[in-house]
Design a protein around this ligand. Structure first.
Ligand code: HEM
Length: 149
């Protein structure tokens, strides 16, 4: 098993990065759709179209991409010699991944509110929280590539 993981390492990393890009694309774009949705009149054609776009993005792209990110990340972490668990970067990274996952779940929660015709927050709120996944993504990439501690 360890030999297979070591041989597959570049492929696992490539698939991990592909999944990360798809997940991040959704985490960055879905709050943007909420900015438009929060300003769309209730029951309008625009609101109905945004609801379809939000559902497809969340369940068609983001949820599978998140599962793939976790699956390939776990296989990378299980590959001998890839992670030194005494270093800090991997734990800091996993903590930020937990925050990104919470952000994903909050977006799913707000999507259900929109689908039920409830507008939970203002467009300004969604515009501000739209910055959070960018900051988390930058921190994760610096941690995994620079491994500063
Ligand atoms: C449970 C979730 C995750 C786990 C267990 C995990 C684990 C790992 C591991 C073990 C590596 C290999 C590190 C190395 O070769 O030195 C890796 C690489 C990488 N991860 Fe993750 N990861 C997860 C989620 C994420 C997320 C959410 C992002 C970005 C937002 C991300 C971005 C990256 C990148 C860019 C690399 C390539 C770094 C390099 O070139 O060495 N990962 N991940």
């Amino acid at each position: 098993m360890n030999n297979i993981l070591t041989a597959a390492y570049p492929w696992l990393k490539a698939l991990h990065i592909i999944a990360v890009i798809a997940w991040m694309a959704g985490l960055l774009y879905l709050p943007r759709l909420y900015v438009y949705h929060a300003d769309a009149p209730r029951g309008s054609n625009r609101a109905a179209m945004l609801e379809i776009m939000e559902r497809r993005l969340l369940y068609g792209i983001m949820a599978p991409a998140m599962v793939m990110t976790y699956a390939f990340g776990a296989l990378l972490a299980a590959t001998p010699g890839v992670v030194d668990w005494h270093r800090g970067w991997i734990w800091a990274k996993l903590a930020i991944v937990a925050l990104l996952t919470m952000f994903h779940l909050l977006l799913a929660h707000w999507r259900r509110d929109f689908a039920a015709g409830k507008i939970t927050h203002s467009s300004r709120f969604y515009r501000v929280i739209n910055e959070l996944p960018t900051i988390m993504m930058i921190a994760i990439v610096l941690l995994v590539v620079v491994k500063p501690f």
